[in-house]
Design a protein around this ligand. Structure first.
Ligand SMILES: Cc1ncc(COP(=O)(O)O)c(C=O)c1O
Length: 437
């Protein structure tokens, strides 16, 4: 994607806007929706090619090796070296998933039975799986209404003597308010873990996401900005936690030999293989372009739909770079003649890759939380009196409202400026039709 629309792109998009506008003016009303048989605002999406020669060549090198184990493997070393060139963190450990990275992080941070970890409940289940496996207690804080990340004031209200850590999720690739969260972490001596699974390439006030907190966790799952099919990275420069990452990702084995083969940590096998590292080593060379294209696509969309009555665009701090794993806007239900389902149906009919909502319920609303049935129908820390947490009583106003009113538009790095312009045209068309005058 070029950084500026070509003249042809510009003319095409202006022509689309003019013809729709003219149509509307002529009819004395809004343009006919594609849902009602009108012309679609958006054409076919640009082809999105995510891998090719680079990955094939790197995989071929791995196939020529005699070992595919990550430890001292050339592919893992190459990937780690390239990762460190972007994220200058001292200890970098590859692992089998983002969920694994987060589990390794909480284990290395010493989260134990009854320890509370404050985090978001609009996220992937993988954010909290590790906390629960370490017998910690996820405590859900409410979110900012327009950037969908942790609201630091609500986090502050939930800090107790049992709080040991905060997991800041950079939802959709949008940096959380790290300066406020770091301040809280410093004041209360908490570990700040960053869930960067959806945020490869994002910048927090110019700095790579994951470098401000104590431990950073990334996912290489299929749908992420860069991938190895599945995989993850956990990284830290913290003098205590950093050296433990490798052990907690590899059954407690210290491959550096410091423990003389004895197990000092109890951990599971979260290893990633050389084949995945080879793929990831090639993928990470594409990251800069992927991140900047997505950032541009998202800001262009925001600039075009800002000010539309009844919609709130995805808000990004002006000093940050959001990499739009998805673009999430909100609809004010009272401003429209239709409900969200119909609005999204109309967007989709226009050719916009839109979906209503994100996860069906905040994490705490899921049956496993409501029934506290984490371990064969039981929750030992509650039975032992180490927590009073009752997820059936948790209710977070903004979190629940976000899920009821949000609309996701799937962006990717192949989308041209003119394609984004056509999405904006389609959104305007649908708003014009359904807006209450
Ligand atoms: C915010 C977030 N955290 C954690 C994860 C878990 O990553 P993985 O699927 O690689 O285990 C994901 C993946 O979807 C995610 O989006």
């Amino acid at each position: 994607m070029s950084s500026h629309p070509s003249r042809r792109d510009f003319l095409a998009s202006s022509a689309a806007a003019v013809s729709l506008g003219a149509l509307a003016a002529e009819a004395g009303e809004s343009a006919k929706l594609a849902l009602h048989g009108g012309e679609k605002a958006v054409g076919p999406a640009p082809k999105h090619v995510r891998w090719g020669e680079l990955e094939r060549d790197q995989l071929a090198k791995a196939v020529d090796q005699t070992s595919l184990l990550y430890w001292k493997g050339p592919q893992t070393s190459l990937f780690t070296q390239r990762f460190k060139a972007i994220y200058p963190l001292e200890h970098v450990h590859v692992c089998s998933s983002g969920t694994a990275a987060l589990h390794i992080a909480v284990a290395a941070a010493g989260i134990g039975p009854g320890d509370e970890v404050i985090t978001s409940s609009i996220t992937d289940m993988g954010t909290v799986i590790g906390v629960l496996f370490q017998q910690g207690v996820p405590v859900f804080a409410d979110l900012n209404p327009t950037n969908y990340n942790l609201d630091p004031q609500d986090v502050a209200r939930r800090i107790t003597p049992r709080t040991k850590a905060i997991i800041a999720v950079h939802l959709g690739g949008n940096p959380a308010d790290m300066s406020a969260l770091l301040k809280l972490a410093d004041e209360h001596k908490l570990t700040l873990i960053e869930d960067c699974c959806q945020a490869w390439g994002a910048l927090d006030r110019g700095k790579p996401i994951g470098t401000a907190g104590h431990i950073a966790c990334f996912s290489l799952q299929q749908s992420k900005h860069i991938t190895s099919g599945d995989g993850g990275v956990v990284a830290s420069s913290h003098p205590t936690f950093g050296p433990l990452l490798q052990r907690f990702g590899d059954k407690g084995t210290d491959r550096g030999g410091a423990t003389g083969g004895l197990f000092h940590e109890f951990a599971t096998n979260y290893r990633m293989s050389e084949l995945q590292s080879a793929f990831a080593a090639a993928q990470i060379t594409r990251l800069d372009k992927i991140a900047s294209n997505r950032a541009q696509a998202g800001s262009l969309l925001t600039s075009r739909i800002s000010g539309l009555k009844g919609l709130t665009p995805h808000q990004v701090n002006s000093a940050d770079r959001c990499v739009y794993w998805f673009y999430m806007l909100r609809m004010k239900p009272e401003a429209f003649k239709c409900d969200r389902a119909e609005f999204v149906k109309a967007l989709s009919a226009e050719g916009i890759p839109a979906a209503a909502g994100y996860i069906p319920d905040p994490l705490y609303g899921n049956p496993v939380f409501q029934k506290h049935s984490f371990f064969a129908g039981r929750w030992p820390v509650k039975e032992m009196g180490l927590t009073q947490m009752d997820y059936s009583k948790v209710s977070l106003t903004e979190t629940e409202s976000i899920l009821k009113t949000c609309i996701r538009i799937q962006l990717n790095e192949a989308m041209t400026d003119s394609y984004i312009e056509s999405i904006a045209t389609g959104v305007k068309k649908v708003v014009d039709y359904y807006a209450i005058a």
